[in-house]
Design a binder for this molecule. Structure first.
Ligand SMILES: Cc1cc2nc3c(=O)[nH]c(=O)nc-3n(C[C@H](O)[C@H](O)[C@H](O)COP(=O)(O)OP(=O)(O)OC[C@H]3O[C@@H](n4cnc5c(N)ncnc54)[C@H](O)[C@@H]3O)c2cc1C
Length: 418
């Protein structure tokens, strides 16, 4: 088999890449269906994604693409309603901008420490940045426990900019201004969502392609960069001019059978996230779209309510639980803990039984960005580019980005290669 552009993976990055190239491409996808992490599952009355996948467009172009292609009857536009569940109370997100909603002594502690913080021009790591920018109380009451649950790692191993533009920074004037007048400065104050789940948008990208150009249920097993040849797990081979990888970098590096790249793979750090999608008979009292849970006693770090987004009448939830990369996950035990915690948090009670559920492990889910591996990755990516190999997307590029970012990156690369 031959292809000018061989694309590994039919997630949003691979599909966007093929759409942008228009011809001479072939996509190889190891699963039986396209979509990667942007797939949607239907179970009875419930529509679930791989954890909530909402569209927070920053460009008019991609917002328009969404609106032009999703049936208007299925377009849901929401002003985000999110809270933090903190010591039994709901306070607005982000925590650092809403400390005035805390009980008086806690507020005083946060404010005092904020003014006493020791700022630096350069921070050693993510944790150092949290203490330096927000002071001890804000960090220890929310930022540290929440992010430790999410990333499932020691925050000192992460770069100060590990979350890039997704981190809701707030300086003292903003925090004080917010006490009088609420100002939501986060990157995603409104979002769009297709009624049939994120996967329905992916299907639009997929259906625009030539069916014969997408090989499903076919994994790339190895790559020979010198011969520009990829071998599939079936044994079939494909000669290419350009190889565009969107599969997770930790898997991709192993395809070269090169000891140095395999060693680099061993140094990559990331977490995995167990997503439990849960369907109950009745709605809960909560009206939020999602809630952040910093308390260390609860297994989950975030819970979301599809029913509040879609306006449906049965409680439909996603639960996100972070784990280190090598952890064994006991799904049944996590389900049990989740149901206990949901009862404790007043989301469900004995009169609202679980009707349906499923579990997905996102592995990798959040890559851990640190300076040392970043430097090495930049160098390796440049070496691969010299062989016509590009590795893009959230996991192929080994970064923290949104679905729209993936489409923008694919568009830029397609323009460059064409
Ligand atoms: C918990 C969580 C919540 C998120 N929520 C949002 C959100 O609300 N909004 C948002 O914009 N983004 C969100 N994201 C980010 C979003 O999921 C990613 O940006 C996006 O899905 C990445 O798409 P991709 O195509 O780059 O990678 P993927 O979706 O991982 O696609 C890669 C594809 O490669 C395939 N593949 C792997 N190995 C091989 C192989 N050997 N051969 C062939 N194919 C292979 C895989 O099967 C997969 O289909 C979230 C991420 C997480 C972890």
């Amino acid at each position: 088999m031959k292809a000018k552009y061989l694309i590994i993976g039919a997630g949003i990055s691979g599909l966007a890449m093929a759409n942008q190239l228009g011809c001479d491409y072939r996509i190889v996808e190891k699963e039986r269906e396209p979509g990667g992490y942007c797939r949607t599952i239907r179970e009875g009355d419930y529509v679930w994604d791989y954890a909530g996948h909402f569209f927070h467009f920053k460009t008019e172009k991609y917002r328009k693409l969404f609106l032009d292609n999703v049936d208007p009857a299925d377009v849901i536009v929401q002003e985000k309603r999110t809270k933090i569940l903190y010591r039994g109370a709901l306070i607005d997100y982000p925590f650092q901008a809403n400390i005035h909603q805390l009980e008086k002594q806690e507020f005083i502690d946060c404010l005092y420490d904020l003014f006493q913080r020791e700022q630096k021009s350069e921070y050693e790591n993510f944790q150092d940045m949290l203490y330096g920018k927000f002071g001890r109380s804000i960090t220890e009451k929310f930022l540290r426990p929440y992010n430790e649950k999410l990333y499932a790692c020691d925050l000192r191993t992460l770069d100060q900019n590990a979350m890039g533009r997704f981190f809701p920074y707030a300086d003292i004037p903003q925090i004080v201004a917010n006490m009088k007048r609420e100002q939501d400065r986060s990157y995603n104050s409104t979002f769009l969502y297709p009624r049939n789940g994120a996967g329905s948008f992916i299907n639009i990208l997929y259906r625009a392609l030539e069916p014969d150009s997408v090989l499903l249920d076919c994994a790339v097993a190895s790559v020979d960069p010198e011969r520009r040849l990829a071998t599939f797990s079936s044994g079939e081979t494909c000669e290419y001019e350009y190889l565009i990888n969107t599969a997770p970098l930790n898997h991709f590096l192993k395809m070269f059978r090169d000891p140095e790249l395999s060693a680099l793979e061993g140094r990559l750090s990331y977490n995995k996230v167990l997503v439990l999608n849960l369907g109950f008979a009745k709605k809960s009292e909560y009206r939020e779209h999602w809630i952040y849970v910093p308390e260390t006693d609860a297994n989950y770090y975030r819970i979301g309510f599809y029913d509040n987004i879609l306006g449906t009448d049965k409680l439909s939830m996603y639960i996100e639980i972070g784990f280190p990369r090598d952890a064994e996950i006991d799904v049944e035990r996590q389900l049990e803990l989740t149901l206990e915690n949901l009862k404790r948090h007043g989301v469900i009670d004995e009169t609202n039984p679980l009707q349906a559920w499923n579990a997905i492990v996102m592995d990798p889910a959040y890559v851990h960005i640190n300076t040392e591996t970043e430097r090495e990755l930049r160098q390796r990516k440049a070496e691969l580019r010299a062989h016509g190999i590009y590795t893009i997307g959230r996991y192929g590029g080994w970064t923290y980005c949104s679905m729209e970012d993936c489409m923008l990156e694919a568009e830029a690369l397609a323009k460059q290669l064409k």
